[in-house]
Design a protein. Structure first.
Length: 268
């Protein structure tokens, strides 16, 4: 009988698996190798999500999208070890999220729920919520609340939900819900320099504040986001500058439409 992997060895194996996955090698079989690595150390859904999200993003950034390496059939296959199946699902569904393919993501998770041998993990359900929220479907809010009840403060899961609220422009009180979610301990940015460390959260907050007409607060959030980007980081810089332009334009339009008042307070 093989003895259980001790904690130091497991940590080293996880570090090695993460490094190999995010290096986006030329070998197109790396998703399957990652699945084998995570199976070997018996990862839970939280660790799987953390590794797979970063790997899917790194692959996309390098022009080697997981969507070109795996297929829906790979995700829906029922003859694999549960950890292997979960890894492939996390990779493929995360890649769909990054490409904003919400209807496709929704359909695939619904198919997965029908064929899976065990209940879907919390992160996969969060991705399903994202797909619904991104289409401004109100049932996404119900799924989001169900996920929040079990996600605790798992940062990657909360980011998926935040992303969905940001994308779903027509959700009932979507902007207010986004701001409430961003105040969770795992995401809270606050107003002090010691806590303003996540430009993505600040970026999402700025968009919500713009939708609420709180333009100056939105500009403050986006400026903090730009300021806390790592030096030379261009991955999200363009998005931040675009949001800043939208905030300025919306504020200027609002001020232009507001009637000019005389010193007596009467519109001129």
């Amino acid at each position: 009988m093989t003895p259980p992997t001790n904690r130091p060895d497991r940590a080293g194996a996880l570090h090695k698996a993460r490094a190999r996955a995010t290096a986006t090698p030329d070998d197109p079989s790396w998703p399957l190798r990652l699945a084998e690595d995570l199976r070997g150390i018996r990862t839970d859904w939280k660790t799987s999500a953390e590794v797979c999200v970063d790997a899917a993003w790194a692959a996309r950034s390098a022009g080697r999208s997981v969507l070109d390496l795996l297929s829906p059939e790979d995700v829906l296959a029922t003859n694999r070890n549960p950890i292997t199946s979960r890894t492939l699902a996390h990779l493929y569904l995360s890649a769909l999220r990054f490409d904003f393919r919400c209807p496709t993501l929704q359909r695939l998770v619904e198919q997965l729920a029908q064929t899976a041998r065990q209940p879907l993990d919390c992160y996969t359900r969060a991705l399903y919520a994202f797909a619904l929220l991104g289409q401004s479907r109100p049932e996404g809010l119900t799924v989001m609340d169900e996920v929040l009840a079990t996600a605790e403060e798992h940062t990657k899961t909360l980011h998926v939900l935040l992303h969905g609220l940001w994308l779903g422009q027509d959700l009932d009180e979507g902007a207010e819900r986004l701001l409430a979610l961003s105040s969770r301990p795992a995401l809270a940015t606050g107003t002090g320099t010691d806590t303003d460390t996540d430009p993505i959260v600040l970026f999402r907050e700025a968009g919500a504040l713009r939708r609420l007409g709180r333009y100056d607060e939105g500009l403050s959030a986006i400026d903090r986001a730009i300021d806390c980007l790592p030096p030379g980081d261009i991955s999200v810089h363009a998005d931040l500058i675009r949001e800043r332009s939208l905030l300025c334009a919306a504020r200027d339009l609002h001020q232009h439409r507001s009637p000019t008042r005389t010193s007596s307070g009467v519109p001129s």
